[in-house]
Design a protein around this ligand. Structure first.
Ligand SMILES: [Zn+2]
Length: 201
């Protein structure tokens, strides 16, 4: 069983077995948790934002959302959510996006894409940057306006809120506990999270 604190700005990787519940706790509040899921037995099968949005007919993720793979199969289901809404449109920050959105001098700053790549390089799954599809941003607030606009807004999460997913297959989890300092996704203050697996209630 997993029970670990992921420090602010750090990546984490682990395996959640089918039937286990996987909980992410926003320990101090307003922390964006960039997350990808893979079939642990075949990492070419991974989370698909497009299939998930299309199947559920809505853009935010919350209790009841079934996360589908690029092969259209259910990977996990959100069954407990005290935050209420999670983003899967905003993508992961990168040195390139930091440069385009903010300034050339932001290029050296830590980013989720670099954290993902660091985690992939450290673990023995044979994965590369080709294995990074569009991700989920747990606890991140990316409101879509009635006109279809997209904004990065101040968080709607708070200290101690959590999201819990039931694994419907053996799942490899890749997390970047976002180090972003240039937009309000982390309230300009990256903080630690706790990840836990347990038998479902
Ligand atoms: Zn980030």
């Amino acid at each position: 069983m997993i029970d670990t604190v992921v420090p602010a700005g750090e990546p984490w990787m682990g395996i959640v077995r089918r039937g286990e519940a996987f909980r992410i706790v926003d320990l101090e509040g307003n922390q964006a948790v960039d997350t990808l899921f893979y079939n642990a037995a075949d990492t070419h099968e991974h989370y698909s934002a497009q299939n998930t949005i299309q199947a559920q007919g809505r853009i935010y993720l919350t209790t009841g959302s079934v996360l589908l793979s690029n092969r259209g199969r259910p990977m996990l289901r959100i069954h407990d959510d005290t935050c209420g809404r999670h983003d899967t449109l905003g993508g992961a920050c990168s040195s390139e996006s930091n440069t385009v959105r903010y300034a050339l001098e932001k290029r050296h700053m830590h980013s989720c894409r670099d954290s993902f790549l660091l985690a992939l390089a450290k673990h023995e799954h044979g994965m590369t940057k080709r294995d990074l599809p569009s991700n989920i941003n747990f606890f991140m607030n990316v409101p879509v306006t009635p006109e279809g606009g997209l904004r990065f807004a101040d968080g709607i999460s708070a200290a101690g809120r959590h999201v819990e997913l039931l694994a419907l297959m053996d799942t490899l989890v890749l997390i970047s506990n976002c180090p972003q300092l240039n937009n309000p996704c982390n309230a300009y203050n990256p903080t630690p999270i706790r990840v836990i697996t347990r038998e479902p209630a």
